[in-house]
Design a protein around this ligand. Sequence first.
Ligand code: SF4
Length: 407
Amino acid sequence: MVAPPRSAYLHIPFCHKRCFYCDFSIIPLGDSAQAPGSPGINSINAYLDLLHREISIAPRGPALSTIYLGGGTPSLLKKDELGDLLRNLQRKFGFQDGAEITMEVDPATFVENDLKGYIDIGINRFSLGGQSFDDITLASIGRKHNGSQLIEACNWVNDLFKEGMLRSWSLDLIQNLPGLNLSKWLIELEKAVKTEAPHLSIYDLTIEPDTVFGRRHEKGKLNIPIESEAQKIDFVTNRFLKSKGFSRYEISSYSLPGHASRHNRVYWSGSGWWGFGMGATSAPWGERFSRPRTIAGYKKWLDQQGSQFLERTLFKEKSKPMPLDELLMIGLRRREGVHLEELAKNVGWTQKECDKNLELLHKFWLNSLNQGSLVRKNGRYFLSNPKGMQISNQVLIQMFLWWDSLN
Ligand code: SF4
């Protein structure tokens, strides 16, 4: 039986404009997002009504231990707008004492006082979308902020953290951006560590087809580091951050002791979570369910289906956990990897099925095991660091081939 979810994600889809690499479900509002009487205000109000409605008609569940306000750019909203959402969520589920409540914030959308307002409504962890400290790089990826605004934002957040008003905070950077090389990246890392952020998310740039970068890439006009350079960059990231006391607890996540994100660990552990909002994915009982990615589609979905549909959608798989291939895909992202047999038995495999199928998977993984990118220890399989984490795709491709061979 899958344990009921204790985590919730709320999607706030508004941004000033779309960054060149981004294919998230967002609504670009331009510069005057919150100006009185602007169309942006109407969009925000209309969306918040829908979001409140979805929370209100959702089934009840146990008190939440992690809540994540992501986007988009949640810091485009006022503290009272976010506070109302949190209160609605709390009325529905309740929050556990000490629940981790994270909010994504983007530089150039807030000042220090705004952060204090967000803390007043219950936020105790900020995730700051920095991406780069370099002005030319930031402009070339379509970000609104510049390097000095990012440093200023980091200082504001870190001051609040040092005053004990936050339990933690995180800074996002993207490695392998166009025009980047090893020496430029080292400068980025040094600046990141200087901010004193206790958690760093270091993402690889992903080229999504329907984006500015996707189109440039197709025409061969995107100057991103070649694979060997990208691997060197990842190697240096890992070594540098390790030397500064950070531990890589997941492929893209580095933390100082005690600062791993509890919410993200829920996703990677295969436990369920609630999701609310346009484009949001939820998996309360196992299998994922994604909401429509446009506001019109999301509204139609809520209007047409109402609470009955939600109950059906969210509960129909109540006894069916997340499929094993997905559990492996997300579980392998973590430093501790996965215990194959335990996972397989959790999803209902018999000992006979485990013996037969997992031995076959071991064969599919033999190359990765022999090359040292995948390690087996006491029934647990995990990616080596940095080698395995850099080429995790190869291990996953073998796993999916094995999965297809079974089905
Ligand atoms: S700020 Fe974030 S969500 Fe918004 S467009 Fe840029 S990358 Fe996408």
